[in-house]
Design a protein around this ligand. Structure first.
Ligand SMILES: C[S@@+](CC[C@H](N)C(=O)[O-])C[C@H]1O[C@@H](n2cnc3c(N)ncnc32)[C@H](O)[C@@H]1O
Length: 343
């Protein structure tokens, strides 16, 4: 999506080598996952910000590209007519991603409470992206009356759901994109936000197929979305030195539109590949009635070439199917199936 060598040249500290970056990323990763009280330390000096920018920025950005691939042409066209605000932008992650994916949008503004993150984001724009429609701010900016899209990228996780909801109320956006970590705790927060948004006329467009209660409500689990990517050679090499896989990224992604709903009748969405056994795929899907079932999809329904293709897919794809047989544990064997985008 980006030119990785240009990102490395525009780090706040461009003199860190791969081993140094990998070590800093390792420290950050521990703080993100197990030492959450020390989270703010992750943004406390130029080296840590540079490490974040070398690793999490280009890989997180791919999650917006992934979501965009699952949006209708109409939704994408409408987002392109809005001001895009990225709340908790870090080094400008979803500002730069959005500026590539929705290049006609009215403006792209990244907001972050960390002064160093804003410095890093400005450096990337001044030296690499050089896009005059892009700006960054440490405080929430005023925008004109044109429609807005708000993006929260791994930031509700830090600011908390109530603070995020307050920002949503302030901007009254037409579209809301949440791209947050794939964990049970974050999922609970996003389900709470989902409930609040559905009460004030937002409609969830992705991943849910219906506007009802999530089948995971009250269950100690999350919906296991994951994104499969291929990385730039140097970035992959950094991830190997850091011993952190970014080729399969768990994530919780939700997309809302104000008062708009698209017809999804008869379709279900693959939420995750539960198992790939010799004769079948076991896919967890969610349907328009917010019912979650496991589909046992016999591989003999597809040509060999298609089976290979299907082995590569992750969550997000829509299917239409007919049932051959009801099995145990909310599982059904599929008789026929159409997989969107697959011949
Ligand atoms: C994990 S980083 C995510 C950066 C970027 N969105 C991404 O996904 O790569 C979280 C960012 O949110 C910012 N943040 C946390 N709470 C915030 C708040 N209340 N207001 C603005 N920014 C906040 C932090 O400073 C940090 O840069």
């Amino acid at each position: 999506m980006f030119e990785y060598d240009k990102i490395l040249k525009s780090l706040l500290n461009p003199n860190l080598n791969k081993q140094q970056l990998a070590k800093l990323i390792g420290t950050q990763s521990t703080q993100f996952t197990s030492e959450r009280t020390k989270l703010k330390n992750n943004y406390s000096d130029e080296d840590l910000i540079s490490a974040y920018t070398s690793f999490y920025f280009p890989t997180n950005a791919l999650k917006l590209e992934f979501l965009t691939e699952h949006l209708s042409e109409q939704m994408k066209a409408e987002i392109s007519k809005t001001h895009i605000l990225d709340i908790g932008t870090g080094p400008g992650t979803y500002v730069f991603a959005a500026s590539e994916l929705f290049s006609d949008a009215l403006s792209f503004t990244g907001v972050d409470e960390s002064k160093l993150m804003i410095e890093q984001a400005n450096k990337l724009n001044n030296e690499y992206f050089q896009n005059p429609k892009i700006g960054f701010s440490q405080t929430l900016p005023n925008v004109d009356d044109a429609p807005r899209t708000l993006i929260f990228g791994n930031s509700i996780n830090e600011m908390g759901m109530p603070a995020a909801f307050k920002i949503i109320k302030r901007y009254n956006p037409k579209f809301i994109i949440c791209i947050e970590p794939g964990t049970k705790d974050v999922f609970k927060d996003l389900l709470a936000l989902r409930k609040k948004l559905l009460l004030i006329d937002y409609k969830i467009q992705y991943p849910c197929m219906g506007q009802g209660t999530c089948p995971l409500e009250g269950i100690d689990d999350w919906c296991h979305q994951s994104i499969k990517t291929s990385l730039d050679f140097e970035l992959e090499s950094l991830s190997q030195v850091a011993k952190l896989d970014r080729k399969v990224m768990p994530a919780t992604i939700h997309f809302y539109a104000l008062n708009q709903i698209e017809d999804k009748s008869g379709k279900a969405r693959i939420i995750r590949l539960k198992k790939n056994v010799k004769h079948a795929f076991l896919w967890d899907v969610c349907d328009e009635n917010n019912k979650s079932v496991t589909l046992e999809v016999p591989k003999k329904l597809f040509k060999k070439k298609v089976v290979k293709q299907l082995e590569e897919i992750s969550s997000g794809i829509c299917v239409r199917y007919t049932i051959d047989k009801e099995l145990e544990n909310s599982t059904v064997r599929v008789k026929t199936i159409e997989v969107e985008g697959v011949e």
